[in-house]
Design a binder for this molecule. Structure first.
Ligand code: UGY
Ligand code: MN
Length: 245
């Protein structure tokens, strides 16, 4: 069914809402047994790439073009590094700095968020290190004192890291306390529940499975609607001077 050409997907100069009915799967060089949905990249105006990687059993990724962050949505990925094998199940994540010698292979059919970014070094700054974890063991913090809106920071918040990846969980009825307008861009995947997202001058109903890109300074607000919490995974560039100095 083609719904006569209608979709909730919308592309505007400062944001993209991409809903699953419009996802197109492509192969990428060097990967095998993996379909990629490219949500954001330089073609969109983004300074990072965010993809969903859909693995068949045994599927493998190619080497990363820069830093790589992987977050498992479904199934299980085997990450091999320095002779050690780490099994990442749902909620498992890994941050691999540029040049980290590693391989990633799916144990069975699996799905993961893949975020890649060219590193922005700071003069004489320390180098970032590998991070491996599971979201379930990261403590939640209320956003600006609001316990109905909880944030988990998956990346260390120190100068060596030039991006952040957080999950945000909203109880039904909870919302951002302000319309944010900020220099950082965002890549966002709705993981659970739904609500209304304001992006620029548009208000959209959103639900689990939707992807959103927000350009720098895109006005943004979210309110959760429904009987269960809404949750999303959100990327932002972080801790870098806007002049790149
Ligand atoms: O981290 C953030 O900027 C986050 N509060 N933005 C958002 O949820 N749209
Ligand atoms: Mn924001």
């Amino acid at each position: 069914m083609h719904h006569l050409g209608s979709t909730r997907s919308s592309l505007k100069h400062d944001h993209l809402l991409q809903t699953p009915d419009t996802f197109v799967r492509i192969p990428l060089p060097g990967a095998s047994g993996v379909d990629f949905i490219v949500h954001a990249g330089p073609q969109l105006g983004a300074d990072f790439t965010q993809m969903t990687a859909e693995f068949s059993a045994g599927g493998t990724l190619a080497a990363a073009p820069g830093q790589r962050f992987v977050y498992v949505l479904e199934g299980e990925l085997g990450l091999v590094m320095n002779g050690d094998r780490h099994l990442l199940g749902p909620g498992g994540f890994a941050y691999l700095p540029t040049g980290t010698d590693h391989s990633i292979a799916a144990v069975g059919a699996s799905k993961a968020v893949l975020i890649e970014k060219i590193y922005a070094p700071i003069a004489d700054g320390p180098a970032p290190a590998v991070v491996i974890g599971n979201e379930s063991s990261v403590a939640e913090a209320p956003l600006m004192g609001d316990s109905s809106l909880r944030v988990r920071s998956l990346m260390p918040n120190t100068d060596e890291y030039d991006f952040a990846v957080n999950t945000m969980t909203y109880d039904p009825g909870a919302g951002l306390s302000v319309v944010e307008v900020h220099v950082m861009e965002h890549g966002l995947l709705m993981l659970e529940g739904g609500g209304i997202y304001r992006l620029g001058d548009s208000w959209y109903p959103v639900e689990a499975g939707d992807f959103i890109w927000m350009a720098p300074y895109c006005p943004q607000w979210f309110g959760a609607i429904g009987k269960k919490p809404a949750k999303y995974l959100i990327y932002k560039d972080w801790r870098r001077h806007p002049l790149g100095a």
